[in-house]
Design a protein. Structure first.
Length: 202
């Protein structure tokens, strides 16, 4: 092992270093290209479900109800980010909107949810399926609307939706790409909510 470390410490020839740097830069560029391609390819197909979800959120808020947001794994950070933008504001000054970030579990929904509220659940990799399904059913049992923001692995959750519920799917197998797409979806969703509540900016 010590010999291996000593070998690794030896400087590579200049030509080898240049080749390795070029390959690394190409790999990094590919990450950007792949992310951009996904966003370009899904812009049209996701616009309508995002608009429908924005309408459902506005209906809940203007009726005096609130949003409960949750997510699994890294998507939990996205749900908390979205809740903060709804409360604190996105790109324009406005009054705070009633949004609470919760854990993706039935007990949280049962404790905080009321009829007319909306549950927005974000899942990127199909994790914690049983807990998420229980949260969705708890929301439905309280006459709440459910909006799911999922990746390609979200079929199990989609099967729990009622006719009045909504689903937005970022269609990619790589979790990193799904999370990137979901962040953009949430920003577009909140911008659409703001536009409906306050009109288009001048």
């Amino acid at each position: 092992m010590a010999d291996a470390w000593r070998l690794a410490d030896r400087p590579l020839p200049a030509a080898t270093r240049l080749s390795s740097a070029d390959m690394l830069e190409q790999r990094i560029q590919q990450q950007f290209f792949e992310g951009a391609d996904l966003q370009y390819q899904t812009a049209e197909s996701l616009a309508r479900p995002i608009a429908l979800a924005a309408g459902a959120i506005v209906d809940a808020l203007t009726a005096g109800s609130k949003l409960l947001l949750c997510g699994t794994g890294s998507a939990g950070e996205l749900s908390r980010h979205a809740a903060a933008l709804l409360v604190d504001g996105f790109e324009r000054e406005r009054p705070p909107l009633a949004a609470i970030a919760i854990r993706p579990e039935a007990r949280s929904v049962q404790a905080l949810g009321l009829p007319g509220d909306l549950l927005l659940l974000v899942d990127a990799a199909g994790g914690e399926l049983d807990a998420c399904m229980a949260a969705v059913r708890a929301a439905q049992g309280k006459d709440m609307t459910v909006v799911l923001l999922l990746g390609s692995s979200g079929d199990g959750l989609r099967e729990t939706l009622a006719e009045t519920d909504l689903s937005i799917t970022v269609p990619h197998e790589r979790t990193s790409r799904v999370l990137e797409g979901q962040l953009l979806v949430l920003h577009a969703l909140i911008d659409a909510v703001d536009a409906q509540l306050m009109g288009d900016p001048e």
